[in-house]
Write a protein that binds this ligand. Structure first.
Ligand code: GDP
Length: 442
């Protein structure tokens, strides 16, 4: 989980604060010292840390906090606010040109995730009912054009490529002309990267910028690069003036320093975060939600949005009805498992829940294999057993385990899990019927 170390350190600091009825200046100083160390260890740029800690100190030492009845909570709120503003404050959404076609140029170092992100963006933009063209301008990495073509196919977006042409500026011009002639709403230029910033790369990008006059130049930053990410962002911004940043690989086991430094160092917003290798793994970046995630307060909003986007509403309602009438069966459970599988790993989902820090998640290791195993077990049952698991006796459990290539313990665990989830869902459906029950979740 990204921010894992930072998150658990900050939460430890807060625990100490919350345990105290009243706070002294010394308590606050000690807490801010711990926050500073935690940020530095997370590889946040030292200048950024310095001004961050200064702000926290000033606000936390303000008379209101020390006099407050819940000073610990107040300090947490301050840190939450400051983290949010550090990551850009308000979320900034991708905008489209009001004049006609929107031109996006993706830039970044090699391996930063440009080609993958181009595909993710195309999928995202297509959902907004726009016609998208992907333009392959990376002529140096032979596989890059092919990779973009494969990705384009996966997201059902056309790819403009010219394998004969060696000059990326000429390709870019041709792609732009093609996009105009074919009435595309958006064209995304996937440009070349280098392992390190060099003059030739920058010159080429400046040339492409001149010839296609992009509405947005978006820098892809690999979140795993830490401190170096700040230099990269600064240089790109100086040379070609960025509109925003996409942080890729934020799903990885990174310390998260780049995410916390880049917006404040460049003054440019983080538009999206790449949260995995799949082409659906792109999230709009909400600084406030990210701050809540870091502080272990959960990100229920993103969770609900994910659930709403991925769950078929009709099926969800059908399921709700079954739960209400108590006719929810293992067959339904199987269907639900496969929907969960589509949403991403169970752990990722749980990480968004309040209080789900690393410690809380210890021991939970429901990965996709587990889903697949559960499906295999259910498949080995007779339709009658799926409708009424109560009839599955010890003998049948053995047979089911053998049939699905699992152990009897696995079958027992699944049946227990099913009963538990039935109970849990009954509670959810109870919530749904109450007045605050907008939360639509099967
Ligand atoms: P490019 O050289 O900038 O075009 O980078 P690529 O798009 O080829 O990506 C480099 C590697 O990073 C590939 O293996 C991608 O699958 C992977 N990648 C890209 N974005 C993400 C992300 O958000 N999360 C993870 N885990 N991997 C990613």
């Amino acid at each position: 989980m990204v921010f894992e170390g930072l998150s658990s350190k900050l939460q430890d600091t807060f625990k100490k604060l919350k345990g105290k009825g009243k706070l002294t200046e010394k308590d606050i100083k000690e807490a801010t010292r711990e926050i500073k160390l935690a940020l530095l260890e997370a590889d946040v740029n030292f200048k950024v840390v310095k001004s961050f800690v200064k702000n926290i100190n000033e606000r936390a030492l303000g008379a209101d906090v020390l006099k407050s009845l819940t000073p610990g909570q107040q300090v947490i709120k301050i840190v939450n606010d400051e983290l949010t503003s550090l990551m850009g404050g308000q979320p900034v959404k991708l905008t489209y040109s009001p004049k006609g076609m929107t031109v996006l140029m993706l830039v970044g170092l090699q391996g930063a995730g440009k080609t993958t992100t181009a595909g993710k963006l195309a999928a995202y933009i297509k959902k907004e009912s726009k016609k998208v063209l992907l333009a392959a301008c990376d002529v140096y990495r032979p596989a890059a054009i092919k990779q973009l073509q494969v990705i384009g196919k996966q997201v059902d977006a056309e790819v403009f490529a010219d394998t004969e042409e060696k000059n990326p500026v000429v390709i870019a011009e041709k792609a732009l002309k093609y996009a105009k002639e074919h009435f595309y709403d958006v064209v995304i230029f996937d440009t070349a990267g280098r392992l390190h910033i060099d003059e030739a790369l920058m010159d080429e990008l400046v040339q492409i910028k001149k010839s296609v006059t992009p509405d947005h130049i978006i820098l892809n930053i690999d979140s795993m690069t830490g401190q170096e990410a700040v230099n990269v962002a600064e240089t790109f911004n100086e040379k070609i003036s960025l509109s925003g940043v996409i942080l890729t690989k934020l799903d990885g086991d990174t310390r998260g320093g780049a995410a916390l430094s880049v917006a404040s160092v460049t003054g440019k917003p983080i538009l999206f975060a790449g949260m995995g290798e799949k082409l659906t793994d792109l999230e709009i970046f909400y600084p406030d939600r990210m701050a809540s995630r870091i502080l272990g307060m959960g990100d229920v909003l993103t969770f609900i949005e994910k659930a709403q986007a991925d769950f078929d509403e009709e099926k969800a309602l059908e399921l709700q009805e079954k739960i209400r009438k108590q006719t929810f069966t293992l067959e339904d459970f199987k269907q639900q498992l496969s929907q969960m599988k589509d949403m991403g790993s169970f752990k990722d989902i749980l990480e968004m829940m309040p209080g789900a820090g690393k410690k809380a998640l210890k021991g939970i290791d429901l990965d996709e294999k587990e889903f697949t195993r559960s499906e295999a077990i259910i498949n080995s049952m007779t339709p009658e057993e799926r409708n009424n698991p109560g009839i599955i006796n010890a003998n049948r459990r053995k047979r089911i385990a053998a049939g699905s290539g699992t152990r009897v313990q696995d079958v027992n665990k699944l049946l227990k899990g099913f009963e538990q989830s039935k109970k849990m869902m009954k509670q959810f459906s109870g919530l749904n019927n109450k007045k605050h029950g907008k939360f639509k979740f099967p």
